[in-house]
Design a protein around this ligand. Structure first.
Ligand SMILES: NC(=O)c1ccc[n+]([C@@H]2O[C@H](COP(=O)([O-])OP(=O)(O)OC[C@H]3O[C@@H](n4cnc5c(N)ncnc54)[C@H](OP(=O)(O)O)[C@@H]3O)[C@@H](O)[C@H]2O)c1
Length: 248
């Protein structure tokens, strides 16, 4: 197992890509810290990981609140004594056309997706720098890389994540801490409308060369790859796990 003895923090672990990635990381031997606003110890993802024999810490928190992020990492270090992997995954989308977007929609998406990513990155980096090892995996999007219609808030946030990943990778490389990004495309709560509503579905499928949306479980292996030693010489990169939608 590629992550035996490692400790991985997954934000947005309650459902979707975060849940699938947490299961994939646990499947490779990692102990898990599962965080989101509404996650609970009774959730299936917690039970499934415990049944694999891994240790699990569950924390309800909001990645856009700095004190809650700091508490999450303090609890992680108190429980496990280290943090090896951060899957910096929590995100929200509040779509609206540019001319209709409210300040609240703009602020909330930037707060969670961009500021939340920064808070978690910063909090994870400190113990990783002391350990002289660690892997941080951020989440961007085709919207952040190429632009899209109806989501300037999300595009700005995910474009920011793509950019900050490269600066963080440069700053942290000297401590043997790697920072990469994935750009996924999978059918989840977030993409339910575009994946099911015929008005959007067909347009999206035309843009995906492999011709289908992924299941969230198909994103997990890329997260494991970036978390594990297999990718020891890779930092500052974006891996698109999106059926070929974005070709960098
Ligand atoms: N699905 C796609 O095709 C796609 C494409 C590109 C990028 N992404 C990105 O991939 C990531 C996961 O998306 P998904 O599709 O799995 O979405 P999802 O099914 O909506 O899951 C989002 C997760 O984030 C958590 N979350 C939301 N706001 C939070 C906050 N403020 N603090 C902590 N946790 C929070 C949610 O749990 P709670 O409600 O319990 O907080 C949930 O577990 C996001 O960053 C998204 O932008 C997804």
């Amino acid at each position: 197992m590629r992550l035996q003895g490692k400790v991985a923090v997954v934000t947005g672990a309650r459902q979707g890509i975060g849940q699938a990635a947490a299961l994939a990381l646990a499947g490779e031997g990692a102990d898990l810290v599962l965080a989101s606003r509404n996650i609970g110890t009774g959730d299936a993802v917690v039970r499934d990981i415990q049944q694999m024999g891994r240790r699990v810490l569950v924390r309800r928190m909001d990645v856009g609140r700095r004190q809650e992020v700091q508490q999450l990492f303090a609890d992680t270090l108190e429980t496990f004594g280290r943090v090896d992997v951060l899957f910096n995954n929590a995100g929200v989308s509040l779509p609206a056309m540019l001319w209709k977007m409210t300040e609240e929609q703009w602020d909330e998406v930037i707060r969670v997706n961009l500021t939340g990513t920064f808070f978690c990155l910063q909090a994870a980096a400190k113990p990783m720098m002391e350990q002289k090892s660690g892997s941080i995996i951020n989440v961007t999007s085709s919207a952040g890389l190429l632009g899209t219609i109806g989501q300037v808030n999300y595009t700005a946030a995910k474009g920011g994540v793509h950019a900050l990943t490269k600066s963080a990778a440069k700053e942290l490389a000297r401590y043997n801490v790697r920072v990469n990004t994935i750009a996924p495309m999978a059918e989840t709560e977030m993409t339910r409308t575009i994946a099911t509503d015929p008005r959007f579905r067909d347009k999206y499928l035309e843009r995906i060369p492999l011709g289908r949306f992924a299941r969230p479980e198909e994103i997990g292996p890329a997260v494991v790859f970036l978390a594990a030693g297999d990718s020891a010489y890779i930092t500052g990169q974006t891996i698109c796990v999106d059926g070929g939608m974005v070709m960098l």
